[in-house]
Design a protein around this ligand. Structure first.
Ligand SMILES: Cc1cc2nc3c(=O)[nH]c(=O)nc-3n(C[C@H](O)[C@H](O)[C@H](O)COP(=O)(O)OP(=O)(O)OC[C@H]3O[C@@H](n4cnc5c(N)ncnc54)[C@H](O)[C@@H]3O)c2cc1C
Length: 368
């Protein structure tokens, strides 16, 4: 039985955004999530929305800038349709210099960015400690990037899904896709444990699990899991204004006064455990940047599997060799940032438009 024009497999931030933009365009869509909405990598993320410092015309840079630019309207739309505040804010980011050579490199970089017409500046010791009084007294200064934004990623997938439902999408949780249904070279539907569902467009957005789904029909999607860990800390007293990073660790302020502290990058296969070693590593790094965090309450620790790709860029659009099969995965460290543009591009493609950007992220680039 054909129940929709499109089926989305996977209810992470990417699948939910696709369902949102498809339903917004009036396309009948069903999203199938084997667990709960947004509880894998999309839940463990830091929520930093950061575009390249030197804006070039390359497709990745263009896509990032366009996606970031979609957030202000999106925040309003999602708030109006489902009542969820995704806490989007332009908070800026500070790179902290702990040694003289690092300070010198940041000052050079600030000059180069200014020459290129970009927006970043060096903050000396006094300005930095006035701006973020919690950073350690041995920090020499900071490289400030005012355009960096943040969002509450733990709300974003749910907001997309609820708004998609409000627009007419069917969102089914606890519903695992166990295989794809084919007829000749056409993918016509998906197999569930006890049923089959059909649609003209099947969109695989199952994060690193997309590879196994495609293998069932002989497809090769080169996505792999890259584990990352984040902690949530409740500082005693004031939090920070901006995202703060050292050469390794990162701190992201949340609207509720807590701070996301991370982050690890580990090739550990599908092992998604929170390990004691990784927690120790993060705490050592972030307390060297902000010593008062030693006193913070540890609220939670979450590990997630980023969908990595051979060139760290997403794979989007039709799967070569098959009719009716599309993919949207491989967003690696920027899936939260790139979720709005991905949803829009896939919806445009399904609606019969040929978005120029999507061609650059085709799977064909790994086969030529
Ligand atoms: C620690 C960490 C920090 C990060 N920080 C940032 C950041 O600051 N900014 C940023 O932009 N990005 C960040 N990222 C990256 C971002 O989180 C990911 O790129 C993004 O969440 C990927 O979304 P996704 O929907 O592709 O995958 P996922 O969130 O993994 O969702 C895939 C979904 O598919 C479902 N699924 C799998 N198989 C099936 C099946 N057979 N049937 C049905 N459902 C299935 C899964 O249950 C899952 O819910 C971070 C990631 C991590 C781990």
């Amino acid at each position: 039985m054909k129940s929709s024009d499109a089926i989305v497999i996977g209810g992470g931030v990417i699948g939910c955004s696709i369902a949102y933009y498809l339903s917004k365009a009036g396309i009948k869509v069903t999203l199938l999530e084997r667990g709960q909405i947004g509880m894998e990598a999309s839940n463990a993320a830091s929520g930093v929305l950061s575009t390249p410092l030197f804006k070039s015309g390359d497709p990745y840079s263009r896509m990032s800038v366009e996606s970031l630019g979609m957030f202000p309207d999106l925040q309003q739309e999602l708030q109006e349709t489902c009542g969820v505040d995704i806490e989007f804010a332009r908070c800026g980011e500070l790179g902290l210099a702990m040694a003289e050579d690092e300070a010198g490199e940041y000052q050079d970089l600030a000059m180069k960015v200014a020459e290129a017409g970009g927006n970043a500046r060096w903050m000396d010791f006094d300005s930095l400690h006035d701006y973020e009084p919690q950073v350690g007294p041995e920090i020499l200064g900071g490289f400030y990037m005012p355009e960096v934004c943040r969002v509450n990623n733990q709300r974003l997938s749910l907001a997309f899904a609820r708004s998609a439902e409000w627009q007419g999408a069917r969102i089914l949780q606890s519903t695992e896709v166990v295989g794809l249904v084919r007829s000749g070279l056409q993918i016509t539907g998906v197999r569930l444990s006890d049923d089959e569902v059909y649609a003209d467009n099947i969109i695989m957005a199952a994060g690193p699990w997309t590879r196994a789904l495609a293998e069932g029909v002989g497809g090769d999607i080169p996505v792999r899991p890259v584990r990352g860990l984040n902690l949530n800390l409740q500082p005693v007293g004031r939090s920070f204004r901006s995202v703060i990073h050292g050469s390794l660790g990162m701190l992201v302020p949340r609207a509720d006064g807590s701070v996301i502290a991370g982050v690890t990058v580990e090739e550990a296969g599908f092992d998604c455990r929170v390990t004691a070693g990784a927690v120790q590593e993060i705490l050592a790094i972030v307390t060297s940047l902000v010593p008062s965090l030693r006193d913070a309450r540890l609220n939670w620790a979450l590990a997630g599997l980023r969908p990595g790709s051979p060139d760290d860029a997403p794979m989007m659009g039709p799967v070569p060799g098959w009719d009716g099969l599309l993919v949207a995965t491989g967003h690696y460290r920027n899936g939260i940032l790139l979720s709005p543009i991905t949803g829009k591009l896939i919806a445009d493609y399904v609606a019969g438009k040929e978005p120029e950007l999507i061609e650059h992220f085709s799977l064909r680039r790994f086969r030529e």
